[in-house]
Design a protein around this ligand. Structure first.
Ligand code: ZN
Length: 256
């Protein structure tokens, strides 16, 4: 079997500059999810599989044979892929089936927003507020909860471009754009009566969105999965932050 690669249908993506540091770990993969997928492929191919999850910008699927082992490299978007997509992946690798390749192409197109920095950031980033410095806060959260290993996310004061519905009020105070890999924190939080731990909480929440890109369940993307909520509750001032928010929401809304 020859090494093969399924590329993004649209090569224009490669023309965008990458505005992030490229050293250090780029992605966080749930090891249990990776192993489950590896087991599934081992069964489907009836031979040893080595599965690596990547954050590749252009090659979404690559495979190569090495000493009886099939080495499969998949973009992280496949971790939450529905069964039919995983079946298509098996057919694609096994017999390079045209139909399977088309099905995979559609899935990749539909998940393009999960490909690293597919869109350049619009406008300048403003991190130093009147009261709170977002670079400092992000660095603190990154150090405390992730051993400073998150190197590929940007942050700015700003309002999200598109309103979303059905989200909790705290979340409107922050947003995460996967296409830009950018966290936006609402300027209403840049006031001296807003405690730093609360800004840290909102930053932490959005950073979790960066690290857990949502799970696909019955065709719907679940942003706040059980795993997400479990991780969120690990925030040191979690209860205190929720309480502060409840007490000050009206004032925050007035400040917008
Ligand atoms: Zn959220």
């Amino acid at each position: 079997m020859a090494p093969a690669a399924l590329r993004l249908p649209d090569p224009r993506v490669a023309q965008f500059p990458l505005p992030f540091a490229s050293n250090g770990p780029q992605i966080f993969v749930h090891e249990g999810a990776r192993q489950a997928l590896e087991r599934r492929f081992t069964a489907a191919f009836s031979r040893p599989i080595q599965l690596a999850i990547t954050d590749n910008r252009r090659r979404m699927v690559t495979y190569a044979e090495a000493g009886g082992t099939l080495r499969l490299r998949l973009h992280m978007m496949f971790l939450g892929a529905p069964d039919e997509v995983l079946d298509a992946l098996v057919s694609y690798v096994r017999e390079d089936a045209r139909e399977a390749s088309q099905r995979l192409g559609e899935f990749i197109q539909a998940n393009r927003h999960r490909i690293r920095a597919s869109r350049t950031v619009q406008g300048p980033l403003r991190t130093r507020g009147r009261v709170h410095d977002l670079v400092e806060i992000l660095a603190g959260v990154n150090d405390r909860y992730f051993g400073s290993s998150v190197t590929d996310v940007l942050i700015t004061w700003g309002r999200r471009s598109r309103p979303r519905q059905g989200r909790r009020s705290a979340i409107k105070l922050g947003s995460y754009s996967a296409a830009e890999r950018l966290i936006r924190i609402h300027p209403a939080l840049d006031q001296d009566w807003v405690p730093r731990y609360f800004v840290s909480y909102v930053v932490f929440h959005e950073l979790l969105h960066h690290l857990f890109p949502g799970e696909l369940r019955r065709g719907r993307v679940i942003l706040h999965s059980a795993e997400f909520l479990r991780r969120e509750a690990e925030f040191r001032h979690y209860t205190r932050a929720l309480e502060w928010e409840r007490k000050h929401l009206a004032r925050l809304l007035g400040a917008k």
